[in-house]
Design a protein around this ligand. Structure first.
Ligand SMILES: [Zn+2]
Ligand SMILES: [Zn+2]
Length: 282
Protein backbone atom coordinates (compact mmCIF):
# COMPACT_ATOMS: atom_id res chain seq x y z
CA UNK A 1 0.00 0.00 0.00
CA UNK A 2 1.46 3.41 -0.91
CA UNK A 3 2.25 5.89 1.86
CA UNK A 4 -0.33 8.34 0.53
CA UNK A 5 -3.69 7.62 -1.02
CA UNK A 6 -4.20 8.51 -4.67
CA UNK A 7 -3.88 12.28 -5.21
CA UNK A 8 -3.20 13.00 -1.54
CA UNK A 9 0.62 13.19 -1.34
CA UNK A 10 2.77 16.27 -1.73
CA UNK A 11 0.92 19.46 -2.70
CA UNK A 12 2.39 22.76 -3.93
CA UNK A 13 0.14 25.70 -4.60
CA UNK A 14 0.12 29.47 -4.54
CA UNK A 15 -2.71 31.60 -3.18
CA UNK A 16 -2.63 35.42 -3.35
CA UNK A 17 1.09 35.17 -4.13
CA UNK A 18 1.82 33.01 -1.07
CA UNK A 19 3.45 29.66 -1.82
CA UNK A 20 2.30 26.74 0.33
CA UNK A 21 3.96 23.33 0.01
CA UNK A 22 3.32 20.27 2.10
CA UNK A 23 1.18 17.30 2.96
CA UNK A 24 -2.06 17.35 4.93
CA UNK A 25 -4.00 14.21 5.75
CA UNK A 26 -5.96 14.07 9.02
CA UNK A 27 -4.51 11.64 11.54
CA UNK A 28 -1.63 10.83 9.22
CA UNK A 29 0.65 13.75 8.41
CA UNK A 30 0.22 17.51 8.24
CA UNK A 31 2.82 20.20 7.55
CA UNK A 32 3.07 23.28 5.34
CA UNK A 33 6.27 24.95 4.18
CA UNK A 34 5.81 28.72 3.74
CA UNK A 35 8.99 29.71 1.89
CA UNK A 36 7.99 33.39 1.64
CA UNK A 37 7.84 33.57 5.45
CA UNK A 38 10.78 31.14 5.94
CA UNK A 39 8.49 29.32 8.34
CA UNK A 40 7.28 25.75 8.69
CA UNK A 41 3.72 25.28 9.95
CA UNK A 42 3.66 21.96 11.85
CA UNK A 43 6.29 19.22 11.49
CA UNK A 44 4.19 16.42 10.04
CA UNK A 45 6.76 13.66 9.73
CA UNK A 46 9.47 16.24 8.89
CA UNK A 47 10.80 15.06 5.54
CA UNK A 48 14.28 16.23 4.55
CA UNK A 49 13.12 19.32 2.69
CA UNK A 50 11.71 20.76 5.95
CA UNK A 51 15.11 20.71 7.68
CA UNK A 52 16.24 24.10 6.38
CA UNK A 53 13.31 25.73 8.18
CA UNK A 54 14.64 27.12 11.46
CA UNK A 55 11.31 28.62 12.55
CA UNK A 56 8.47 26.21 13.18
CA UNK A 57 4.93 27.01 14.33
CA UNK A 58 3.29 23.99 15.93
CA UNK A 59 -0.42 24.31 16.70
CA UNK A 60 -0.89 21.29 18.98
CA UNK A 61 0.62 18.00 20.06
CA UNK A 62 -1.35 15.51 17.93
CA UNK A 63 1.21 13.38 16.18
CA UNK A 64 -0.05 13.98 12.66
CA UNK A 65 1.28 17.53 13.28
CA UNK A 66 4.13 16.92 15.73
CA UNK A 67 5.66 13.52 14.93
CA UNK A 68 8.70 14.98 13.17
CA UNK A 69 9.81 17.21 16.06
CA UNK A 70 12.70 15.05 17.32
CA UNK A 71 13.69 13.90 13.84
CA UNK A 72 13.81 17.51 12.64
CA UNK A 73 15.96 18.49 15.65
CA UNK A 74 18.29 15.51 15.26
CA UNK A 75 18.78 15.96 11.51
CA UNK A 76 19.38 19.70 11.89
CA UNK A 77 22.06 18.96 14.48
CA UNK A 78 23.73 16.30 12.31
CA UNK A 79 23.79 18.59 9.28
CA UNK A 80 25.12 21.56 11.25
CA UNK A 81 22.00 23.69 10.81
CA UNK A 82 21.69 24.48 14.51
CA UNK A 83 18.68 24.54 16.82
CA UNK A 84 15.27 25.48 15.49
CA UNK A 85 12.96 28.02 17.12
CA UNK A 86 9.71 26.18 17.83
CA UNK A 87 6.51 27.98 18.80
CA UNK A 88 3.97 25.75 20.55
CA UNK A 89 1.08 26.04 23.05
CA UNK A 90 2.48 26.71 26.54
CA UNK A 91 0.65 23.67 27.95
CA UNK A 92 2.36 21.36 25.45
CA UNK A 93 5.92 22.61 25.91
CA UNK A 94 6.88 20.58 29.05
CA UNK A 95 6.01 17.31 27.27
CA UNK A 96 7.60 18.40 23.99
CA UNK A 97 10.74 19.24 25.94
CA UNK A 98 10.75 15.86 27.75
CA UNK A 99 10.40 14.12 24.39
CA UNK A 100 13.31 16.03 22.86
CA UNK A 101 15.43 15.51 25.98
CA UNK A 102 14.78 11.75 25.89
CA UNK A 103 15.95 11.68 22.27
CA UNK A 104 19.02 13.74 23.16
CA UNK A 105 19.90 11.12 25.83
CA UNK A 106 19.27 8.24 23.41
CA UNK A 107 21.56 9.84 20.83
CA UNK A 108 24.01 11.38 23.30
CA UNK A 109 23.70 14.59 21.31
CA UNK A 110 22.38 17.99 22.31
CA UNK A 111 19.92 19.59 19.89
CA UNK A 112 19.21 22.71 21.91
CA UNK A 113 15.71 23.19 20.44
CA UNK A 114 14.45 26.66 21.43
CA UNK A 115 10.81 26.31 22.50
CA UNK A 116 8.77 29.47 22.77
CA UNK A 117 5.33 29.52 24.38
CA UNK A 118 2.77 30.70 21.83
CA UNK A 119 0.39 32.82 23.90
CA UNK A 120 -2.82 33.98 22.20
CA UNK A 121 -2.85 37.73 21.68
CA UNK A 122 0.93 38.07 21.66
CA UNK A 123 2.89 39.08 18.58
CA UNK A 124 6.41 38.25 17.45
CA UNK A 125 8.40 40.18 14.83
CA UNK A 126 9.71 37.53 12.45
CA UNK A 127 11.25 40.24 10.25
CA UNK A 128 11.01 43.99 10.01
CA UNK A 129 8.17 43.54 7.54
CA UNK A 130 6.56 40.36 8.90
CA UNK A 131 4.69 39.85 12.13
CA UNK A 132 3.39 36.65 13.67
CA UNK A 133 0.32 36.95 15.88
CA UNK A 134 -0.74 34.04 18.07
CA UNK A 135 -4.44 33.19 17.79
CA UNK A 136 -6.60 31.18 20.18
CA UNK A 137 -7.38 27.61 19.12
CA UNK A 138 -10.45 25.40 19.50
CA UNK A 139 -9.57 21.68 19.47
CA UNK A 140 -9.53 18.67 21.80
CA UNK A 141 -6.05 19.37 23.19
CA UNK A 142 -4.32 22.71 23.88
CA UNK A 143 -4.08 24.41 20.49
CA UNK A 144 -3.09 27.80 19.12
CA UNK A 145 -3.39 29.35 15.68
CA UNK A 146 -1.11 31.71 13.80
CA UNK A 147 -1.63 34.87 11.74
CA UNK A 148 1.14 36.23 9.52
CA UNK A 149 0.87 39.93 8.68
CA UNK A 150 2.94 42.19 6.50
CA UNK A 151 4.04 45.31 8.38
CA UNK A 152 4.31 48.56 6.43
CA UNK A 153 5.17 52.08 7.50
CA UNK A 154 2.95 54.67 5.85
CA UNK A 155 3.11 58.45 5.93
CA UNK A 156 0.78 59.89 8.56
CA UNK A 157 -2.46 60.94 6.87
CA UNK A 158 -2.35 64.48 8.27
CA UNK A 159 1.04 64.97 6.57
CA UNK A 160 -0.17 63.99 3.11
CA UNK A 161 0.01 67.52 1.66
CA UNK A 162 3.40 68.44 3.12
CA UNK A 163 6.56 68.73 1.02
CA UNK A 164 9.51 66.33 1.25
CA UNK A 165 11.78 68.86 3.02
CA UNK A 166 9.01 69.69 5.50
CA UNK A 167 8.53 66.03 6.36
CA UNK A 168 12.30 65.51 6.62
CA UNK A 169 12.52 68.47 9.02
CA UNK A 170 9.72 67.02 11.14
CA UNK A 171 11.47 63.67 11.25
CA UNK A 172 14.74 65.32 12.27
CA UNK A 173 12.93 67.14 15.06
CA UNK A 174 12.04 63.70 16.47
CA UNK A 175 8.39 63.58 15.37
CA UNK A 176 6.92 60.24 14.22
CA UNK A 177 5.99 60.91 10.59
CA UNK A 178 4.78 57.41 9.70
CA UNK A 179 2.14 55.09 11.07
CA UNK A 180 2.27 51.33 11.25
CA UNK A 181 -0.03 49.32 9.02
CA UNK A 182 -0.56 45.58 9.28
CA UNK A 183 -1.88 43.60 6.32
CA UNK A 184 -3.11 40.17 7.39
CA UNK A 185 -1.68 37.76 4.83
CA UNK A 186 -2.32 34.24 6.07
CA UNK A 187 -4.28 32.84 9.01
CA UNK A 188 -4.08 29.23 10.15
CA UNK A 189 -6.02 28.02 13.19
CA UNK A 190 -4.68 24.44 13.30
CA UNK A 191 -7.19 21.66 13.87
CA UNK A 192 -10.46 23.18 15.05
CA UNK A 193 -14.16 22.73 15.57
CA UNK A 194 -16.76 25.28 14.39
CA UNK A 195 -16.43 27.27 17.64
CA UNK A 196 -13.26 28.70 16.10
CA UNK A 197 -15.20 31.13 13.89
CA UNK A 198 -16.78 33.04 16.79
CA UNK A 199 -13.62 32.82 18.89
CA UNK A 200 -11.28 34.10 16.16
CA UNK A 201 -13.12 36.42 13.73
CA UNK A 202 -9.69 37.48 12.38
CA UNK A 203 -9.84 34.30 10.31
CA UNK A 204 -12.35 35.93 7.98
CA UNK A 205 -10.10 38.91 7.19
CA UNK A 206 -6.76 37.39 6.16
CA UNK A 207 -5.92 37.36 2.45
CA UNK A 208 -5.45 33.60 2.70
CA UNK A 209 -7.22 31.39 5.21
CA UNK A 210 -5.50 28.02 5.49
CA UNK A 211 -7.98 25.90 7.39
CA UNK A 212 -8.96 22.34 7.98
CA UNK A 213 -12.08 20.77 6.56
CA UNK A 214 -11.64 17.21 7.73
CA UNK A 215 -15.05 15.77 6.83
CA UNK A 216 -17.39 15.87 3.82
CA UNK A 217 -19.94 13.05 4.06
CA UNK A 218 -23.36 14.30 5.27
CA UNK A 219 -23.45 11.61 7.97
CA UNK A 220 -20.10 12.77 9.38
CA UNK A 221 -21.19 16.17 10.79
CA UNK A 222 -21.53 14.79 14.33
CA UNK A 223 -18.27 12.88 14.08
CA UNK A 224 -16.42 16.00 12.88
CA UNK A 225 -17.66 18.17 15.73
CA UNK A 226 -17.20 15.47 18.38
CA UNK A 227 -13.51 15.28 17.49
CA UNK A 228 -13.00 19.04 17.28
CA UNK A 229 -12.93 19.20 13.49
CA UNK A 230 -14.72 21.07 10.71
CA UNK A 231 -17.17 19.70 8.16
CA UNK A 232 -17.85 21.23 4.75
CA UNK A 233 -21.32 22.24 6.00
CA UNK A 234 -19.64 24.59 8.53
CA UNK A 235 -18.38 26.59 5.53
CA UNK A 236 -21.74 26.58 3.76
CA UNK A 237 -23.43 27.95 6.89
CA UNK A 238 -20.98 30.86 7.10
CA UNK A 239 -20.44 31.44 3.38
CA UNK A 240 -21.25 35.17 3.56
CA UNK A 241 -18.71 35.88 6.29
CA UNK A 242 -15.49 34.94 4.53
CA UNK A 243 -13.77 38.04 3.15
CA UNK A 244 -10.62 36.13 2.22
CA UNK A 245 -9.17 36.21 -1.29
CA UNK A 246 -8.59 32.48 -0.94
CA UNK A 247 -9.74 29.82 1.50
CA UNK A 248 -7.44 26.81 1.26
CA UNK A 249 -9.06 23.70 2.69
CA UNK A 250 -6.75 21.08 4.21
CA UNK A 251 -6.56 18.10 6.59
CA UNK A 252 -9.02 15.87 4.74
CA UNK A 253 -9.43 12.45 6.31
CA UNK A 254 -8.65 9.20 4.54
CA UNK A 255 -12.43 8.63 4.49
CA UNK A 256 -12.87 11.15 1.66
CA UNK A 257 -11.76 10.44 -1.87
CA UNK A 258 -10.40 13.22 -4.06
CA UNK A 259 -13.69 13.10 -5.99
CA UNK A 260 -15.77 13.51 -2.81
CA UNK A 261 -13.64 16.46 -1.69
CA UNK A 262 -13.96 18.18 -5.08
CA UNK A 263 -17.70 17.51 -5.18
CA UNK A 264 -18.12 18.95 -1.67
CA UNK A 265 -16.33 22.15 -2.65
CA UNK A 266 -18.32 22.37 -5.89
CA UNK A 267 -21.48 22.31 -3.75
CA UNK A 268 -20.53 25.44 -1.76
CA UNK A 269 -22.44 28.66 -2.49
CA UNK A 270 -20.65 30.11 -5.56
CA UNK A 271 -19.77 33.40 -3.81
CA UNK A 272 -17.53 31.39 -1.49
CA UNK A 273 -16.86 28.36 -3.67
CA UNK A 274 -15.00 30.32 -6.35
CA UNK A 275 -12.45 31.41 -3.72
CA UNK A 276 -11.99 27.95 -2.19
CA UNK A 277 -9.01 25.82 -3.13
CA UNK A 278 -8.52 22.22 -2.03
CA UNK A 279 -5.06 21.32 -0.72
CA UNK A 280 -4.76 18.44 -3.16
CA UNK A 281 -2.21 17.46 -5.76
CA UNK A 282 -3.40 18.70 -9.19
ZN1 LIG B 1 -4.64 16.80 12.75
ZN1 LIG C 1 -5.52 17.37 16.09
Amino acid sequence: MPDYPQGRGRVSLEAAGIAIDGVSIAGHESFFKLPGFRTLLEFGRAPDDTLAYGTVCLTHGHLDHAAGLAHHASRRTLTGLGPARVFAPAEAIPDLRLWVEACERLESVRYGTRFEAAVPGETVALRRDLELRILPGRHRVPTVGYLFSEVRRKLREDLAGRSGPEIAALRESGAEVTRREEIPLLAYPGDCGPEIFDAVPELYGAKVLLIECSFFAPEDVGRAHAYGHLHISDFTERADLFQNEFVVLTHFTMRSSVEEIRAGIAGLPPSLGRRVVAFLAP
